[in-house]
Design a protein around this ligand. Sequence first.
Ligand code: XMP
Length: 511
Amino acid sequence: MLYIFDFGSQYSQLICRRVRSLGVKAKLVPHQYPLKRLRDAKGIILSGGPDSVYERNAATISKKIFPLGVPVLGICYGMQLMAHLTGGKVQRSQKKEYGPAVLELAPGQKSKLFLGLPSSFSVWMSHGDQVVRLSKGFSRTAATSTSDNASMEDSRRNLYGIQFHPEVEHTQYGKEILQNFAFGICKCERSHGVEELIDSKIAQIRKAVGKEHVICATSGGVDSSVTAALVSKAIGNQLTCIFVNPGTLRKGEAREARKLLQDTLHLNVKYVNAEAQFLRALKGVSYGETKRKIIGREFIRVFDKSARGIKPAPSFLAQGTIHSDVVESARTDTGGKTQTIKSHHNVAGLPKKLRLRLLEPLRDLFKDEVRQLGLALGLPDYALWRQPFPGPGLAIRVVGEVTKPKLDILREADTIVREEIENAGLARDFYQYFAILLNDKTVGVRGDQRAYAYPVVVKAVVSSDIMTSDWARLPHDFLSHLSWRITSEVPQITRVLYDITPKPPGTTEWE
Ligand code: XMP
């Protein structure tokens, strides 16, 4: 087992997921995890985190972890903590590094961590502190233009520290570094397969549910469809799916989703059209976080009400929460210190006294793992590759107050974006592609007349797990055609913008 100690990084679970994808058994544990429970540890990773090691109350770990004889890899904050606890010095740096940096391996270094890698490559950084003095026994193995000590090691004691994030996809050779650590240094063995995962999930669901009844919040999206298929495989007709139309779905979506759930997956589905209720609740509200909370609340209200009509009475609510939702809502199982970025509707807004117990079988999985699971469960290809769509739907893509007319305008623009990307055969290249409607009108001219209408933002992102992403380099001619189609076919739009922000710093959704 490789243990990952969580110091609250946005990427802690991602480290775990990456290690598991190498076929290595990995467990994410809180940073306070007792060392005596590490009996089967082949290696330890200390994650990143938002604290500064020199501050009071910063998340820390017992120094006794280092002489255990188990290899330790500190990533970002984990590296700083390793330096701090072994006699080195960490301080706030003048220049912070966020995003890409070029890592130069130290001349003559022979680190097992970088075995087989070129002497220079691109890595992803996200830090404000730096190790400015190495501890005794450590040597520097790489630097960037901003960090002299971008990596360090004491190979005699098998202690390694890297300032960058090997777990994010934008670090070149990140996988190889983790591989070198897991196999070359820790001597881990390969295990784990998707069938094994399904069997263990089914056993967990059966154990939790017993003979009780479950309702599942389904939307036709990948996460909730895989959840429903998994729960249905575990407990059969003890499951009823509830599909709520909150009025913030894309054009044609309610119809298509029902077709998938009822006709293709043969699930027992109760359809609830709650458009009026949601729009009423959102009236006059413009702050994104409040909209998210309201939608979360209304969803739960609707489910609760619908559930009352189901016989036998359900005791559980199954939700398609996946790990990126959990991380960004700061509700980790590990007691980590993850910061709240946005409240995802499926984990926020749950009333404290929810009368239904939660069942979230995918909450430790990332999108690509969910797709693998869905494939093994027999979900059709088109359902697995449907682009992810957030629970609050178009409500968080209409910036400012949400109204039916604005939603309708956005639906038209979004349909054009989807059609064009799909017709160009680009759908599989991007994690998501969609439109966002801005709040303030701007001036334009149409047929010699002044037009005063909304700007729309087009967004297309490249990513495999959406923990980080980059904007899609769509050809100029394609963008030009898109802009022409949107402004010609949607009269309430006079201006088309394209979002060229990576994540970080820009999140995928605008609100
Ligand atoms: P952000 O905007 O945080 O989004 O980069 C990451 C991914 O999550 C989706 N997303 C959500 N999914 N409920 C969901 O089920 C939500 O409230 C929610 N908010 C964002 C987003 O579309 C992207 O794929």
